[in-house]
Design a protein around this ligand. Structure first.
Ligand code: PMV
Length: 333
């Protein structure tokens, strides 16, 4: 992009995703290279919309997130990412960025995956670039590791890779492959005390991390097989084992991080009881106390109404599998 270029504005829409096999620990924190592959589903009701416009009158990036001017660490992270894009693609101007989440803000749902994938697409499209899906996944990964998966439609696998060029996500099944839902039971709205960046950085201090890495290839292979074969009970068993494994690492890292609260554990136990009654739903949690309850469409109503009645569940968000990052012509400014 040179000074004669007609400056463009672009808007991207992108979903958050829930990890079935988790990314926990970075081989290279500078470019977010993970130790292991991970698998996820995009969430239809946890969406970020971001508009980027490069403007010649700006001396620095002007960033607004959920109606508020971004400041401190949050502004720096976005601006550093834009700086990296400017350097890579020879963009000379600073940008006005407006970003909004459709899911309740501060609901404790990881928004960095939706945020950085939307920003990667909007910032490159506004510079007149048309990146291939693989390139976009690589770029989004540099913003936030899990963002590399949000770019992909439906169900994605992020190949860990060994360098920046071969660490990206690709589709393992389309949006309509399986009618499973992720009902997020929100049990805490405040920002978590320990973010995932600190959690990732501490993994090697857990004596159990090597054991986790040793068992992961088999669990990943088996879960992927169950997902592709739509073997729900086997899938659910592996899903829960994997969720607990991440939290074993977090709680045995030094210093330990306890992401769960009383209600998290209450929900986990309830799901086990419900399965004994024939209502099949399984839990997974990312780096926070909210419980992602995975069930099939036929049980969704029952599971959702039961979840809402649990003391301490503030509200639920029902998600179907969703398409990945897309451009939109409805700009935020
Ligand atoms: O992308 P990050 O740095 O926010 O890390 C995400 C970590 C987990 O959500 C806990 C797991 C995952 O794979 O999404």
């Amino acid at each position: 992009m040179n000074s004669n270029t007609k400056f463009l504005k672009a808007t991207a829409v992108s979903p958050a995703n829930i990890a079935f096999i988790k990314y926990w620990g970075k081989r290279n924190p500078k470019i977010n290279l993970p130790y292991n592959n991970s698998i996820s589903m995009n969430l239809s009701n946890c969406i970020t919309t971001t508009t980027v416009e490069y403007l010649s009158n700006l001396k620095s990036d002007k960033i607004t997130i959920n109606g508020k001017k971004a400041e401190g660490e949050q502004a720096k992270r976005v601006s550093d990412f834009l700086g990296m894009i400017r350097k890579r693609y020879k963009v000379k101007l600073h940008a006005k960025v407006v970003s909004e989440n459709n899911f309740p803000t501060k609901a404790g749902i990881a928004s960095s995956a939706a945020g950085f994938s939307a920003l990667a697409l909007a910032a490159t499209a506004a510079a007149g670039l048309k990146l291939k899906t693989k390139e976009l996944s690589i770029l989004a990964r540099i913003g936030s590791g899990s963002a590399s998966r949000s770019v992909i439609d439906g169900f994605a696998e992020w190949r860990a890779g060994t360098n920046s060029k071969n660490s990206y996500s690709y589709k393992i099944a389309d949006v309509d492959h399986w009618d499973i839902l992720d009902i997020v039971a929100v049990v805490a709205k405040e920002k978590k005390k320990v973010g995932s960046t600190q959690g990732h950085a501490a993994v090697l201090t857990s004596p159990y991390y090597q054991a986790r890495q040793k068992e992961l290839p088999k669990r990943l292979k088996d879960l992927k097989k169950a997902l592709l074969a739509k073997d729900f009970k086997n899938f659910g068993k592996l899903l829960e084992e994997e969720a607990v494994s991440l939290h074993v690492i977090a709680t045995t890292s030094k210093p330990p991080v306890y992401y769960w609260n009383r209600v998290t554990i209450d929900i986990m136990k309830k799901l086990i009881d419900w399965r004994e009654e024939g209502v099949y739903a399984y839990f997974t949690m990312d780096a926070g106390p909210n419980v992602h309850v995975i069930c099939r469409q036929k049980d969704a109503k029952k599971v959702n109404s039961r979840l809402k009645k649990i003391d301490g569940v503030l509200f639920t968000i029902v998600n179907t599998p969703a398409v990945g990052t897309r451009l939109s012509d409805i700009h935020l400014f």
